[in-house]
Design a protein around this ligand. Structure first.
Ligand code: UN1
Length: 498
């Protein structure tokens, strides 16, 4: 039993209560009677204060040399490393994922810290010749200003780190609005940023409800950028509002990721990938494998292997040693996943295994859904097109490589993708023709590394890529600088032309 966490907002370097006295709770999804944390239901006034302090801090933070800014983030990485186990335990308790995965969540934050810190000594611009004599031309990266970071519950440490770390190294100040389900993880994370000694106002935390705090941030005239990871519905609102209020916006939304298994694949390897991709994090990753596109020659054998493995998966609380599959985050999501079973049946899919809320023993105390395989799925079915965000994988049979790629691409989303094949020509063709931001050859759809661009095409995103060096393109603007040392007025396009 963990002690109850009392979360507060962090504004201008102080832990403060929200202006209203309203308090909300997060709970343990494996044991819903257990409250993990309480947090304030903040309102517009709290957002106003956070934005004002972030604006104020920005005027000096942007002038701190980037390598010095980066040293703070390096320190955050060291502190995360020191507190890795404590944070992982909290993630398991509040979000539900197995401890090994929770440690991975923190590790992703650590990797991001050290990678982003390195960028403080690069932040390269370009030099380029001028048309004129005695004139120098270059491009430099400028910070953007006050960034609102709206983050989901499924990676409660890694995703805020992906956003906050490059944003801060680039010279922006930030306001974090974490998901309502994981306020405790966000609080512990911001405590670590605070302990690294960041000046007041550089990082702020405002807890609350998305429709209130998130909305107020997105609409705020003094916020310059919104970086959002979450559902496509909310993302559409965020994108439209930022368009209307002229803010830069980076959106990471849904996926309907597929793993293709060709007849020449190593089936054991493909099976390991499928089980991890579909059921890891209980399918609650935007990169999760929710479609398995199987060549007809191996379909039966592979399905039998998958069935066997799925039937043995151990459900339980993330913090229990033996657990492989944790709970679903909350009742709403659990019901949503369950609803899809009805839809699947109505559409003619066959539930091979699972398909229901767990009702045995201890599992009744939490939000557990049985790992589910849907067979006889056709590409037009809703379960083949819509993001379910739970431990559910749909099997689709194909007759050829070309058909596999066409079906893989037949979706409005385009985040991650995978193909298992030993044919090098197919591997390279897939790399070229798959419409997705991420493609794995002989690996599962999940498990992106922080130093590569992360994001998707089509309705998954809006063209930005977080992580990797492309994170710098999200969190900086380019400025072109001309230095004329000729001592004369030189008129471009005129004085250098006859
Ligand atoms: C997400 O689900 O939003 O690639 C992020 C992965 C993880 C990140 C997932 N590194 O699966």
């Amino acid at each position: 039993m963990m002690t109850l966490l009392t979360c507060r907002n962090y504004i201008n370097g102080q832990w403060v209560d929200a202006t209203t006295g309203n308090i909300l709770e997060s709970y343990n999804p494996a044991l819903v009677s257990e409250v993990v944390a309480t947090f304030p239901r903040s309102h517009t006034e709290d957002v106003d204060k956070a934005v004002a302090t972030a604006r104020q801090a920005y005027s000096s933070w942007r002038k701190v040399p980037a390598p010095a800014r980066a040293e703070y983030i390096f320190r955050v990485g060291e502190l995360l490393l020191q507190h890795k186990e404590e944070l992982a335990q909290l993630i398991s308790r509040e979000m539900g994922k197995p401890l090994t995965e929770a440690r991975g969540d923190v590790q992703e934050g650590i990797d991001c810290a050290f990678y982003s810190a390195g960028e403080g000594r690069r932040l390269f611009g370009l030099t380029t010749p001028s048309e004129m004599p005695n004139k120098f031309a270059m491009t430099v990266r400028m910070p953007i200003g006050v960034c609102a970071l709206i983050t989901p519950w499924n990676f409660p440490v890694a995703i805020p780190c992906w956003k906050a770390m490059p944003a801060l190294v680039c010279g922006n100040t930030v306001i974090l609005k974490p998901a309502e389900d994981t306020p405790g993880c966000a609080t512990k994370l911001v405590e670590i940023f605070a302990a690294a000694g960041l000046p007041p106002g550089v990082i702020n935390l405002v807890h609350g409800v998305g429709e209130e705090v998130g909305k107020a941030l997105v609409e705020h005239p003094n916020v310059d950028l919104v970086s959002f990871t979450g559902s496509s519905e909310t993302g559409a609102f965020v994108g439209a509002t930022c368009g209307r209020t002229h803010k830069r916006v980076c959106l990471e939304m849904g996926g309907k990721n597929a793993q293709v298994v060709m007849e020449d694949a190593d089936l054991g390897l493909a099976l390991d990938g499928a089980v991890w991709g579909a059921f890891g994090t209980t399918g609650q990753r935007c990169t999760a494998t929710s479609r398995l596109i199987l060549h007809r020659d191996i379909k039966e054998e592979f399905t039998a292997m998958l069935y066997e493995r799925t039937s043995k998966l151990r459900l339980g609380a993330g913090y229990d040693q033996d657990t492989e599959i944790g709970p679903i985050i909350n009742q709403r999501q659990l019901q949503r996943v369950n609803e899809y079973m009805k839809i699947a049946r109505e559409e003619g899919a066959k539930i091979l295994i699972g398909g229901e809320i767990a009702s045995e023993g201890q599992l009744k105390e939490g939000n557990f859904f049985l790992p589910t395989i849907l067979d006889k799925v056709t590409p037009d079915m809703r379960v083949a097109r819509e993001e379910i965000f739970g431990p559910v994988v749909a099997l689709i049979e194909v007759n050829s490589f070309e058909e596999a790629i066409a079906i893989l691409n037949n979706t409005n989303y385009g985040l991650s993708s995978s193909i298992y094949t030993h044919d090098i020509n197919r591997a390279f063709t897939a790399m070229r023709d798959i419409e997705a931001g991420i493609t794995y050859i002989n690996g599962p759809t999940i498990g992106a590394e922080v130093h590569l661009p992360f994001g998707g095409v089509k309705q998954t995103g809006n063209g930005h890529r977080e992580a990797g060096t492309t994170a710098l393109d999200v969190f900086t603007e380019w400025k072109s600088v001309y230095v004329d040392f000729s001592g004369n007025l030189q008129r471009a396009q005129i004085d250098n032309r006859s």
